[in-house]
Design a protein around this ligand. Structure first.
Ligand code: WT7
Length: 631
């Protein structure tokens, strides 16, 4: 029996008139999609400039679905060159480093450096179809080299800078990548990391030779042996060079990226030039409401799909200013992000829901200390956001009236797939929203049959979309194709999807199976609680254990424990009892900000949890208590 249900939302919240007035998309496009079917996706293609128009929006050819088949384009042209006529002096990238430095690139600056980098890479032998691996923190050279690859028709393969030499070597081998662009080092939470050293170890471990370019981030007098190329010298050697954008077919690959592997092994995903770029640009315009005049900020790492789609490709294709921040949200002060919002008059702010829960933990005085009135729209991604955190975000960051979009998507989907359209759809805190126009989803049981409305099951996407990766475009030619995700969800009578968590994180409480989000959301409703993770513990007899972080000024004591237990029983029924409620200063999170529930479950049972290199905060693991039989 599954106990997840919907219906606890505090009534739908209408989009505020002040927002609707200026929004990019103010009509419900669902009708248009119903009338025209997939042809309505021409809207997405129309956000781009094509050097050769496409013949058909969607067709099947040679064993795969092809979006915008026959069309040709170049992604770097769309993100850079096409803005030169109107806005060459407009800021494209505003970068803030961790040690007080900042840099600004206008679209013209970006054009020059992307061209020189493309000419430099070409001189090293990079051609269309080659894979170039990038291994850098959030610094301007990262998007510059991504766009230089795109200009040449080469695929980038961005590897998170915090990954180890082994992880880098696996990704060099897995993609057969013969080129690597890295940096000498960078500061991670104030400590200098020798990135080049890790890159060198990976090169030695790789099964083939890897030509390596090194960008200087720390040391201007860096000595490079002659089997490295200095990025600065490479640019100097090609000063003023221009490279014609290489025309790509719509479904030629744009890049390869590995899934984050929170559950299971990381997989390669290949996104296309025309389908992916149209899809992220269209969702950036319609969901994130990005306007060219905005300062837009997605606070994430460029290495994840969130960064590819909504720090680089969508904002630059739309000609806006994208703010890139190198550090962690509390590096080095807990109001660092709000100081940046105030200083740059940020219009749209998008971040992970787990980061928002950290804001709650740190306290409302931090956003309150800054003028955040420039913020027009807020977004979250990555994990479900419970109603209490959603409301806190809108209240303390969004001035009480900014719409909040809870965007569900995956590395595989390329861009946002379930979310409200901020000027069209009412918001229901806790529910991500309906599928975007053009999409259909269904909730299915483990045999693949649809369940009743209001019943939990697995979320399945049943129609193709332009941002689908190459592998899915091939699978989708089958008659009975649907894409079943590993997420559990419930759809309500209005078609709104509430996400319950990943299927392998399901927790039994009494006789009832719950998605962790349902239980955690109930715990977070208790005053004084900032974050919670509920996992199953074997020691506790396959029962649920709640790990809880309190707000900064609150004590995790027996009184609070009792309030949590009573509230959860009120919410979910008297049999909904945790075996233990354990207070902890932090929850273990992946580099991309997801709670590592499996690891937490192993910690609860005092098991060997092995390698913690996938964690952002491995130092906290030792501080987390295990479940004792007396609890
Ligand atoms: C998984 C995908 C999407 C880009 C960042 C993560 C979870 C993502 C939400 C949301 C509930 C969410 C899902 C999904 N997820 N957004 N708004 N509500 N869950 O990409 O690393 O591929 O992770 O993140 O479980 O399957 P990813």
């Amino acid at each position: 029996m599954a106990g997840d249900h919907v219906g606890d939302h505090d009534g739908p919240i209408q989009p505020p008139a002040s927002f609707v007035e200026g929004a990019n998309v103010t009509e419900d496009l669902r009708e248009q999609f119903e009338r025209e079917g997939p042809d309505a996706w021409s809207r997405a293609a129309d956000t781009l400039d094509w050097s050769e128009p496409y013949d058909e929006v969607l067709r099947e050819r040679d064993g795969a679905l092809r979006w915008f088949d026959g069309g040709r384009l170049n992604a770097s042209y769309n993100c850079v060159d096409r803005h030169l006529a109107d806005r060459k002096n407009h800021v494209a990238i505003r970068w803030e480093g961790t040690t007080g430095e900042s840099r600004t690139y206008t679209y013209l600056d970006l054009y020059h450096e992307v061209n020189e980098a493309a000419a430099g890479l070409r001189s090293l032998g990079v051609e269309a179809g080659d894979v170039v691996t990038l291994y850098m923190p959030v610094m301007p050279e990262l998007p510059v080299v991504m766009l230089a690859c795109a200009r040449l028709g080469a695929l980038h393969n961005v590897v998170f800078a915090g990954f180890s030499a082994d992880e880098l070597a696996e990704r060099l081998d897995g993609t057969g990548s013969e080129y690597l662009v890295t940096c000498d080092g960078y500061y991670r939470r104030g400590t200098a990391v020798n990135q080049k050293n890790k890159a060198d170890n990976a090169r030695m471990a790789a099964d083939h030779d890897v030509e390596t370019v090194v960008v200087t981030r720390l040391d201007d007098d860096l000595y490079l042996s002659d089997d490295h190329v200095d990025y600065g010298e490479l640019l100097d050697d090609h000063a003023g060079a221009t490279v014609d954008p290489v025309e790509r077919a719509a479904d030629d690959p744009l890049f390869v990226i590995y899934t984050s592997g929170t559950t299971g092994e990381p997989d390669q995903v290949v996104h296309t030039t025309g389908g992916y770029l149209s899809y992220v640009t269209w969702t950036g315009e319609s969901v994130l409401d990005i306007k060219p005049s905005d300062t837009y900020w997605c606070a994430a790492d460029v290495a994840w799909i969130t960064g590819h789609s909504y720090m680089v490709y969508a904002p630059l294709a739309l000609g806006t200013t994208t703010l890139l921040y190198e550090g962690a949200p509390d590096q080095s002060e807990k109001d660092r992000l709000w100081e940046l919002v105030e200083r740059h008059r940020v219009d749209v702010f998008y971040t992970a829901s787990t980061v928002v829960r950290a804001f709650v933990k740190w306290g409302e005085e931090h956003p309150a200390a800054h003028d955040l009135s420039s913020l027009r729209l807020l977004g979250t991604v990555g994990e479900p956001i419970d109603p209490r955190t959603w409301t806190w975000y809108r209240e303390h960051v969004g001035g009480g009236d900014a719409p909040v979009v809870d965007t569900w998507w995956q590395t595989e989907t390329g861009g946002i797939l379930v979310s409200t359209l901020p000027a069209v759809d009412p918001m229901k805190p806790g529910a991500a929203g309906p599928p975007l126009p053009g999409h259909e989803v269904s909730v299915v049981d483990y045999t693949g049959d649809p369940v009743e409305t209001g019943e939990p099951g697995h979320l399945a996407v049943t129609e193709p979309w332009p941002g689908m990766p190459r592998g899915l475009a091939e699978a989708a030619v089958a008659d009975d194709w649907t894409y079943v995700t590993s997420d559990r969800a419930v759809v309500d009578g209005d078609g709104y999807v509430t996400f319950l968590g990943r299927e392998d994180d399901t927790v039994a409480v009494g006789d009832t199976a719950y998605g962790p989000a349902t239980l955690e959301s109930a715990v977070i409703e208790v005053g004084g609680v900032a974050e919670a993770a509920v996992v199953e513990s074997e020691t506790a007899g396959e029962k649920a254990v709640a790990y809880v972080c309190t707000e900064r000024d609150r004590q995790g004591d027996d009184a609070l424990r009792a309030r949590i237990e009573n509230h959860v029983a009120d919410r979910l029924g008297p049999t909904a009892r945790f075996e233990a409620v354990i207070f902890t200063p932090e929850l273990p999170k992946t580099h991309s900000g997801k709670i590592m529930r499996r690891l937490l479950s192993a910690i609860a049972d005092g098991e060997e949890y092995g390698d913690t290199s996938a964690l952002r905060n491995p130092e906290t693991v030792g501080e987390i208590e295990t479940v004792s039989r007396d609890d």
